[in-house]
Design a protein around this ligand. Structure first.
Ligand code: ADP
Length: 222
């Protein structure tokens, strides 16, 4: 097995990008075909990601959910609560390590099949350093940038979610402000990193069905 789990066989191997490797040829591991859901906290990445993940051949992975599935007794669970409750990003190394461990486990369980599935990523990469760390793993085909020009609307959405989903990081205004600042300062530059030709801008103040239709139109044309 290669680091990416491809069998080291002597027959030609079909790769996720459609190419075929010659027998015995040393090939770098195939990258995961990926679509990024991008936007500020509250823009609706999770809502869209969950729906897209129900479509065959799409696999949704939200980094925040991976963190929330940790127990607070674990060291990383404690680190997560510490940073997220202040509206800050968890440091990059443990974040990427956890994410890789999680996706490897999903592959091993057969829930994510990179030869057939497109990964819908939400909440990762969240800064340029994370994008660099994932460069050898992700083949980013498209970025859906869910924009929201109305900060008040984002704040309202987050406060509603805090009640519904019992989320500590959405619980008070100070933390919400800090999360929005972190997004502007650290996450937004990821758009420049990938370059504008892969970015599709979608107004997230539209209702969820309209946002979904815009995303599906683009995916269906690809
Ligand atoms: P939202 O959907 O509101 O943007 P998430 O559920 O994605 O929020 O993330 C919640 C918190 O988890 C973040 O504020 C951050 O502390 C932590 N987190 C999630 N993803 C990452 C990441 N890729 N890098 C660092 N921290 C992260």
């Amino acid at each position: 097995m290669t680091a990416n789990g491809n069998p080291g066989s002597s027959v030609p191997v079909s790769r996720a990008d459609g190419s075929v490797s010659a027998p015995g040829a040393a090939q770098p591991p195939a990258k995961y075909r990926t679509i990024l859901l991008f936007g500020a906290p509250g823009a609706g990445k999770g809502t869209q990601g969950k729906i897209l993940g129900t479509i065959p051949r799409f696999f949704h992975c939200a980094c925040g959910d991976v963190f929330r599935n940790l127990t607070v007794e674990s060291e990383l669970g404690r680190i997560f609560v510490d940073y997220s409750s202040r509206g800050q990003l968890v440091p990059d190394e443990p974040t990427i390590r956890l994410w890789r461990r999680n996706i490897d486990a999903l592959r091993a369980m057969g829930r994510f099949d990179p030869d057939h599935d497109t990964l819908i990523l939400d909440g990762i990469p969240r800064n340029v350093h994370q994008a660099e760390m994932l460069e050898d793993t992700l083949d980013v085909r498209a970025i859906f940038y869910l924009t929201c020009s109305d900060q008040k609307k984002l704040v309202e959405r987050l406060q509603r979610r805090a009640l519904r989903e019992n989320r500590l990081d959405d619980a008070n205004l100070e933390v919400i402000r800090s999360r929005l600042e972190t997004y502007d300062r650290e996450t937004k530059p990821v758009l420049d990193y990938y370059g504008s030709n892969r970015v599709h801008v979608i107004d997230s103040t539209q209702d969820p069905v309209t946002v979904l239709r815009a995303i599906l139109d683009i995916i269906a044309r690809a």
